[in-house]
Write a protein that binds this ligand. Structure first.
Ligand code: NOJ
Length: 557
């Protein structure tokens, strides 16, 4: 149960579970996950030992981009439930001591949002169109888009509308799919609307906000072509739409809204993919966001030197601002960890998904590494994210039939980019055949994406019953992380280690240190002397730490 004493900045060290609603649990029996399903599984999450849940968008949406195209920011998608379900879910989660973070999508709405429909109806030059980016086209008849920007999902970032008299009309900007028109953040209505949306959800008990595409909101009003280098133009203050200086003003206002709560426990988390970690750190300067996702860590290959560099860089960049680090291995946009770590190239990059999918994967090796990576991640100072299904060791489903795929990335690139459906397959809960308890026995439809039959061994029920399962490892790791003050502190000290091995201490304020050793080298290594093993991601080999294995030890004082 949450009480006043627990209203400290809980998010600094939280374990946050990412719940992708339509693939988590289906209560209604229509093959689509929903809030009733999530409510019924809250005890599972409580026993897993997480502190908070981040819900992917749950709002009313035509689902052109799986809910990231929102038509009403104050209503729940009917396929997921009702506002009353959300209220009940928030209070039931709170009763279990779990906080709720919701996903706010401010860069773009849906083409079915009432604002966009009235903008289409109102015509060029209207106040309604000023809330979006409408512009006449180039060329004699306006037949070419206003500039050369490309959609992040493929194809041009502009779509031409038909005006109410039936003539070809203006174009509107959409950095993602055409069904996701970008809001114009220079328009005061947009700012006021989102501030109200934030207050609406905080008022209903939300404990935090995950801000989608947080570096993209503001655009150069001149909408210039991208300079010379085209789509590869580096982000920064001069970029026409990525990481512009004026975006920070929005987050200062949002921070003031979060801080209206006198307990200071609400958190703002930015989703920002930036190659330049220094620019990323600007978003967590005092008075702005509390944390940002650590995509450099997520993208990092399974390599001791590279991981150490990214960990050091993360901690160094956060230190001056006092913001806690976040550690993320996976989410609903990227390849699942066990698949990624089983490939010859273990990095990840959104732009090269096709290449990664062309590589064979060794799931056994990938699973071993994913177990080791989970313990490394949980041992680092800061907060940690767990994308649903990672705790079960699910793999990326790469052989989905083309006609079942739903991701607009797949459609807009004509299949050149396999997209993200493979990490969004509904979870297996129990039983030996699909739908593996995802839907109730009375269900009238199959899960919206088919589950591999091999997942019979990876159901929650099967893994709870198996001592060496990924689920038991996660639960035990989270339990120890919660119990050991050292792991919830801020200190971290690297220890000397052989090539390919990461070793560090997490010193306790009053108690003993917890030591973490990760072997990324090809051979077994001895564990440091003078410690007792608290947990290991795999069996030790006559006292040695095998390759691709992590151990936590209680260091002797
Ligand atoms: C980032 C989200 O994580 C992704 O799933 C979505 O497609 C884009 N933003 C557009 O909203």
């Amino acid at each position: 149960m949450l009480n006043r004493a627990s209203f400290r900045p809980w998010w600094r060290t939280a374990a946050i579970y990412q719940l992708y609603v339509r693939s988590f649990a289906d209560g209604a029996g229509d093959g689509i996950g929903d809030l009733a399903g999530a409510r019924a599984r809250l005890p599972y999450l409580a026993s897993l030992g997480i502190d908070a849940i981040w819900f992917n968008p749950w709002y009313a949406s035509p689902m052109a981009d799986a809910g990231y195209d929102i038509s009403d920011y104050r209503a729940i998608e009917p396929a997921f439930g009702t506002l009353a379900d959300a209220d009940a879910l928030i209070s039931e989660a709170h009763a279990l001591g779990i906080r709720i973070i919701i996903d706010v999508v401010p860069n773009h709405g849906s083409d079915q949002h009432p604002w966009f429909r009235s903008a289409l109806a109102a015509g060029p030059g209207s106040a309604e169109r000023a809330r979006f980016w409408f512009r006449p086209g180039r060329g004699i008849r306006g037949e070419r888009p206003p500039n050369d920007w490309q959609s992040i999902f493929g194809g041009p970032a502009w779509t031409r509308v038909t005006e109410s008299d039936g003539s070809p009309g203006e174009w509107y900007l959409h950095l993602f799919a055409p069904e996701q028109p970008d809001f114009n953040w220079g328009c005061p209505d947009v700012r006021a609307e989102f501030e109200d949306v934030l207050r609406f959800w905080f008022g209903r008990g939300a404990d935090g906000i995950r801000i989608d595409s947080a570096a993209l909101l503001t655009k150069d009003p001149a909408l210039p072509d991208l300079p010379d280098t085209g789509p590869g133009t580096p982000p920064g203050p001069a970029h026409p739409y990525t990481d512009r200086d004026d975006v920070h003003d929005i987050y200062r206002s949002w921070r003031a809204i979060a801080d209206e709560d006198e307990t200071g426990s609400r958190v703002l988390i930015g989703e920002i993919w930036l190659p330049d970690a220094q620019r990323l750190a600007r978003y967590v300067t005092p008075g702005e966001l509390h944390t940002v996702f650590n995509f450099p860590y997520l993208s990092c290959p399974w390599d001791a030197g590279a991981l150490r560099r990214v960990i050091e860089q993360t901690l160094a960049l956060n230190a001056p601002t006092g913001a806690p680090a976040t550690w993320v291995l996976s989410n609903h946009d990227v390849d699942r960890t066990v698949t990624r770590y089983g490939r010859a190239d273990t990095a990840f990059d959104l732009e090269r998904r096709r290449y990664f999918h062309s590589l064979p994967t060794d799931l056994e090796l990938g699973t071993r590494r994913a177990r080791a990576a989970a313990l490394l991640t949980m041992a680092l100072p800061g907060s940690v994210y767990i994308y649903q299904g990672e705790e079960l060791g699910l793999w990326e489903v790469q052989d989905i039939d083309d006609d079942l795929r739903e991701d607009p990335i797949w459609r807009r690139t004509n299949g050149a980019d396999p997209g993200r459906d493979g990490c969004r397959v509904p979870l297996p809960w129990s039983g030996t055949e699909p739908p593996f308890g995802f839907s109730p026995d009375s269900a009238v439809a199959s899960p919206w994406l088919p589950q591999p039959k091999e997942w019979r061994d990876l159901t929650v029920a099967a893994e709870l019953a198996s001592a060496g399962s990924m689920l038991r490892l996660y639960a035990e790791g989270l339990r120890i992380r919660r119990a050991e003050g050292a792991l919830r502190g801020t200190g971290m000290r690297w220890l000397p280690a052989p090539d390919g091995v990461l070793a560090f201490d997490r010193p306790g304020a009053d108690g003993p240190a917890v030591r973490c050793v990760v072997n990324l080298s090809p051979g077994p290594v001895p564990l440091p002397a003078g410690g007792t093993v608290l947990l290991a991601s795999g069996p030790l080999d006559r006292g040695l730490l095998p390759p691709d294995t992590t151990a936590w030890l209680r260091a002797e004082p």
